[in-house]
Design a protein around this ligand. Sequence first.
Ligand SMILES: NC(=O)c1ccc[n+]([C@@H]2O[C@H](COP(=O)([O-])OP(=O)(O)OC[C@H]3O[C@@H](n4cnc5c(N)ncnc54)[C@H](OP(=O)(O)O)[C@@H]3O)[C@@H](O)[C@H]2O)c1
Length: 343
Amino acid sequence: MQYRQLGKSGLFVSELCFGAMSFGARGYWEKIGGLDQEAARRLVDIALDAGVNFFDTADVYSHGQSEEMLGKALKGKRDQVVLATKVRGRMSPGVNDVGLSRLHIIQGCENSLRRLGVDYIDLYIVHSFDFMTPLEETLSALNDLVRQGKVRYLGCSNFFAWQLMKALSLSDRHHWEKFVSLQAHYSLLARDVEIELVPLCQDQGLGITPWSPLAAGFLTGKYPRGGKGPKDARRSKEDQNFIQFDEDRAYTILEEVKRISDARGVSPAQVSLNYLLRKQAVSSVIIGATKPEQLEENLKTVTWQLSTEEVRALDEVSPLPRLYPKWMLDFTRLDRDNSRVII
Ligand SMILES: NC(=O)c1ccc[n+]([C@@H]2O[C@H](COP(=O)([O-])OP(=O)(O)OC[C@H]3O[C@@H](n4cnc5c(N)ncnc54)[C@H](OP(=O)(O)O)[C@@H]3O)[C@@H](O)[C@H]2O)c1
């Protein structure tokens, strides 16, 4: 396992992060994993043994159960790991028990600390943008948590590029702690982040931590075209799949993944994770699992590397949509190449 700097912060994290979204069985989350404490402990131990030092959860996962279970599974090892959790989602019907208000962030942090059984959180992430709360209120509350020693670093997730840039500028202006990472939906099926968010994070020194890197298990190849996946798998259990994509395009991409995995004698999941590890802006890929053998399989991706040609083939089979202004800027940048002046 290699350790990479989380953006330009001084924090080093394992190139694979273990995500605990499958822990717990409350409400909708039962379909995501429904794991009990013993199953959670086994997965955490496998991850630790492989050198994973970075663990991700959120207050909303199984309505707090995931945090409780991760905290218990890490008992006695807390100082060896970088622990990330999130705030923003609804935790009760109360009008203020949701969002990124000062009130909810402070309450949310206290509750997460209690559920995790720790006295500080290494990386506190706002789970997505809150359109109802002024960014200044959110950012100053987060800054206070760092100053109080309850939180070490700040991150965000699911932001548009303009929202993230505005947040970074406000923090700069007010001398508040800045976000050091962006947790974003990023996989071979979903490369949208490369249009604006990746260049922004590279410019501003944030590390990217992709979530659902296997498109909720699709990129393992276990869902046959035109058929059903295993009964106990998430995409078979969900009434409506949370991660949605164009199936024709997805199966074309999967065929290329399988061509490479067959030639190398590794699994499609390993190829899909390896692809993200080869992206420069990525600090750590967040992997999920419901079974020990899945995790053991996926962890092996750090033992080898896709070649430049293989990465190019995967890039080519999963092109970015031709969005404006990207295509126009790709065109106008041509006249800045002084070696080929055409008038
Ligand atoms: N910030 C956000 O908004 C956000 C959103 C989603 C997730 N996350 C984070 O990202 C983490 C990972 O997300 P994810 O679970 O959606 O990741 P994923 O890698 O796309 O999917 C993981 C799921 O795929 C299946 N799987 C994984 N490896 C497999 C293998 N080798 N063979 C067969 N099946 C395999 C398992 O589900 P089944 O056994 O059920 O098939 C596993 O739970 C989460 O735990 C969470 O920490 C963050």
